[in-house]
Design a protein around this ligand. Structure first.
Ligand code: GTP
Ligand code: SPV
Ligand code: MN
Length: 599
């Protein structure tokens, strides 16, 4: 009698017809063979062995460079369960369509069986999965991003309780690219892409789309969030989780080198992209990072913006779609002020200065978490770390201030649900278009977004000590289109105020949208910053916000009956506060009718 996993592998092999099947055990010896295979396929090359030991540069197909939201579907039995923010196809139809694309897709190729565990193996939140793939690049990445090897193999052989993912490169044509999720079956089928979230099925497909569905059924949260610990001068560490849309600064916030290190504030990294959270025995929300590595955006990473990342990616790292120097080292825009001579672009063509970047804007590095110098000593704690604050944020060149705090839990859920951001290169499509991205989960929530909001609201009443909720924006621009805030390591100044608010110490001013730092409440010493610049960064314009409020109203209409009443109430209250601010005479402190509030 073969086991459940063996039967499924046989079935997949009958469909895709691979020449060989290889079980991945995570061993060093097998790893070397897979890397060899990757080099043989000619889309990957070895980097300078002296300066970048055990590092690789992979070039993906030029039309396969980012997540494809258009190709991503939630195939729940009922269409209404997928909701208005997801593409939906009936499960039977999806399977018929993809069966045709999978048929014989692995002929003459190897099917790798990749058993993996998301989370520390003994954590009550950990989950097992198996990805079947014909891409050696996917296997090499999965080995870094998830925990593969013996523990995972034993678990999937002894129990049918794991998420199944079938992946084939297919012909890499965007027209025949589909990423299908069958949440009721804990099943993922992906074909036609070898890139990132489309192909590393443990990441977005399992740990967010399938997991969010399970989390709602089982009363926990699977979120697109970083997890960090902020250490204060007394040595105490307070944990925060932050949801920013793709390519909006999670990795960089989680791995920052604090600008206030001399004052005793430093940041410890727990996770950079995904958080799984449940209520712990102590009544607090406890978060684990289900991943074991970081798949981070390369452009913009440098010794001046993020020395921790630079230190981490000097060895055992896979670079994807970066430029290549004459010294066989990776290069990307922002790595050094001037590009080196003799550079090759991300497609391997000689590059010359001009319009097109040398590295693809969504080029990335894959690095083991343990290589990050500031990795938290608690990053693999089975029970997770206790979360004291949720931070939502996005790219808004106008409108939203540097930081503000929600009035209470429901208002916090409203702020998360109405999060908006300018689109980035992390997904194919238009760039810089402002869109609503609730809780940064628009591309990743595996069920009806209205039900998701309700799940968040319900959680607030179930957690005895819910985290405080904040909103940040590092990306506000001045009239010349320049970022007003220096960002990166300086963001710790905002985290410090958040910490003080958690501790009931920091002072804040009430505005219609929430609580902002009072003048002087943000630690700005050492920064070359004028009071006027700070005014702009913290400015809340009631007229602009009235426009935003109307836009939120239109967005809410798309959810119909499934939009929770609590959010409509919050929306009404914001409208009233804005109307009041617009009619009230201006106070000396400010724009937006701020009044001091101590609590
Ligand atoms: P995903 O992996 O796509 O989910 O992205 P992420 O949220 O982890 O974003 P990441 O930290 O990789 O940052 C994306 C881009 O924004 C990079 O080019 C960074 O250099 C840039 N960036 C990050 N933080 C800041 C900041 O504080 N200020 C500015 N101006 N840019 C930033
Ligand atoms: C994102 O797009 O949010 C990512 C990169 O983290 S990918 O894994 O490609 O989805
Ligand atoms: Mn992400």
């Amino acid at each position: 009698m073969s086991t459940f996993v063996e039967q499924w592998i046989e079935e997949a092999a009958r469909l895709t017809q691979p020449a060989h099947i290889v079980w991945c055990d995570g061993s060093e010896e097998q790893e070397q063979r897979i890397l060899w295979q990757m080099l043989e396929e000619r889309h990957t090359l070895r980097l300078n062995e002296r300066t970048y030991p055990n590092c690789y540069l992979h070039r993906s197909s030029p039309t396969d460079v980012a997540r494809s939201e258009k190709a991503t579907h939630i195939c729940s039995r009922s269409e209404s369960d997928a909701g208005p923010t997801n593409h939906w196809i009936a499960p039977a139809e999806a399977k018929e369509k993809l069966t045709a694309l999978f048929r014989g897709a692995m002929e003459g190729r190897t099917m790798y069986v990749v058993p993996y565990i998301m989370g520390p193996p003994d954590s009550p939140l950990a989950q097992a999965g198996v990805e079947l793939t014909d891409s050696s690049y996917v296997v090499a990445n999965m080995r870094v991003m998830a925990r593969m090897g013996r523990v995972a193999t034993e678990r999937v052989k002894s129990s049918g309780d794991f998420v199944r993912g079938l992946h084939s490169l297919g012909d890499l044509s965007p027209d025949r690219r589909f990423i299908m999720h069958f949440p009721e079956e804990r099943l993922i089928w992906s074909v036609g892409s070898g890139y990132g979230g489309n192909a590393l099925l443990a990441k977005k497909c399992h740990a967010l789309r399938i997991a969010s569905w399970m989390a709602r059924e089982q009363g926990w949260l699977a979120e697109h969030m970083l997890i960090l610990g902020l250490e204060d001068p007394s040595g105490r560490v307070t944990y925060m989780a932050a949801a920013f849309p793709s390519s909006c600064g999670k990795t960089n916030l989680a791995m920052m080198v604090s600008a206030l290190e001399a004052q005793g504030y430093r940041v410890w990294t727990v996770g950079d992209d995904i958080a799984w959270m449940r209520i712990g025995a102590d009544g607090r929300l406890r978060a684990i990072n289900p991943e074991a590595g970081f798949f981070g955006v390369a452009p913009g990473t440098s010794l001046s913006t993020n020395p921790h990342v630079v230190a981490a990616i000097q060895r055992n790292t896979i670079f994807t779609n970066c430029g290549l120097t004459a010294a066989r080292e990776p290069w990307w825009e922002g790595m050094s002020p001037e590009p080196p001579a003799g550079l090759f672009d991300w497609q391997g063509r000689p590059w010359s200065p001009g319009q097109v970047p040398a590295a693809h804007p969504n080029s990335r590095y894959t690095v083991p978490a343990a290589q990050v110098p500031a990795i938290s000593p608690h990053w693999e704690d089975n029970e997770g770390v206790p979360i004291s604050a949720f931070i939502f944020g996005g790219r808004r060149s106008r409108l939203t201030p540097l930081v503000y705090e929600a009035l209470d839990w429901n208002h916090g859920v409203y702020i998360g649900a109405t999060l908006a951001s300018e689109t980035t290169a992390a997904a194919t499509g238009d760039l810089g278009v402002t869109r609503r991205d609730p809780m940064a989960m628009l591309p990743f929530c595996g069920y009806h977004m209205g039900d998701y909001f309700q799940h968040w609201l319900d959680l607030g009443s179930r957690v005895p000590r819910p985290p405080k909720v904040f909103h940040v924006n590092w990306f506000r621009k001045d009239a010349d289109g320049q970022f007003l805030w220096p960002g990166f390591g300086e963001n710790v100044r905002v985290l410090k105020w958040i910490l003080e608010r958690i501790e009931g110490k920091g002072s804040a001013l009430e505005t219609p949208i929430g609580l902002l730092p009072s003048p002087g409440a943000l630690t700005l010493d050492g920064l070359n910053f004028t009071g006027e610049q700070m005014e702009i960064l913290l400015h809340v314009d009631p007229n602009d916000w009235t426009e935003e409020h109307a836009g939120i109203g239109r967005f809410f209409e798309t959810f119909g009956e499934r939009l929770p009443q609590e959010l409509l109430d919050e929306h009404g209250q914001l409208g009233e506060r804005l109307a009041h601010a617009a009619s009230a005479p201006r106070h000396s402190v400010g724009k937006g009718g701020k009044t001091p509030r101590k609590d």
